[in-house]
Design a protein around this ligand. Structure first.
Ligand code: GAR
Length: 203
């Protein structure tokens, strides 16, 4: 069975979308463990409700990344569970060397914009303020850069004239919840090839 570990800092709706797809039989994988850097993150409750092992691992002294020893602690948990893929779902820190070395091309992230536009925080708000007419979400592999690894799936969302950041983010999340299970399905079925930066679905 293909195993994934999910890491998140927030409410965990993308985790729920993955868990629901597994329960519906649309995704033939096991979610082995959920880890958060935020002690009271809702994602941990949502994992517990579903009987999935969930762990809070304190992030250490930095605001935007994990301390190297803490990264090692995350990796140790993921290794203990023999995960094949690390799935970042609303994880608000940058992944560094320990992780990347242990899981080359085996860490994916979901970002709430059509990358390479609007990297970083509150991407939906950046998109609205910039005035784009089409926003969306991107599932991509994680590499040394921030929000810039090879793109697996993108889904678009039309911006409405009276959109607020919250309303736009809500509609982007609907698309995220379709895109993330699809991407995990492709990877777990060994259905993609990564050539430099370009991800192709096998014929
Ligand atoms: C999602 O919209 C995800 O794209 C975003 O955080 C939200 C998490 O929601 N991630 C980032 O901005 C990462 N740079 P969730 O906790 O409900 O899955």
């Amino acid at each position: 069975m293909f195993k994934i570990g999910v890491i998140g800092s927030g409410k965990g709706s993308n985790f729920v979308a993955l868990a629901d797809a597994v329960n519906r039989g649309q995704l033939d994988i096991e979610i082995s463990v959920v880890i958060s850097d935020v002690e009271n993150a809702f994602i941990l409750d949502r994992a517990k409700e579903r009987g999935i092992e969930s762990l809070y691992i304190p992030p250490g002294k930095f605001k935007t990344k994990l301390e190297p020893e803490v990264e090692q602690a995350y990796v140790n948990v993921l290794k203990k569970h023999n995960v094949d893929l690390v799935v970042l779902a609303g994880f608000m820190r940058i992944i560094k060397n320990t992780f990347l070395r242990e899981y080359p091309k085996r860490i994916i992230n979901i970002h709430p914009s059509l990358l390479p536009s609007f990297k970083g925080l509150e991407a939906w708000k950046q998109a609205l303020e910039y005035g784009v007419k089409v926003a969306g979400c991107t599932v991509h592999f994680v590499d040394e850069g921030v929000d810039c690894g090879p793109i697996i799936i993108q889904r678009e969302v039309m911006v409405k004239p009276d959109d607020t950041p919250e309303r736009l983010h809500e509609r982007i999340q609907v698309q995220e919840h379709i895109a993330y299970p699809e991407a995990v399905c492709l990877i777990s079925n060994n259905a993609i090839i990564v050539e430099d930066r370009v991800v192709r679905v096998k014929e």
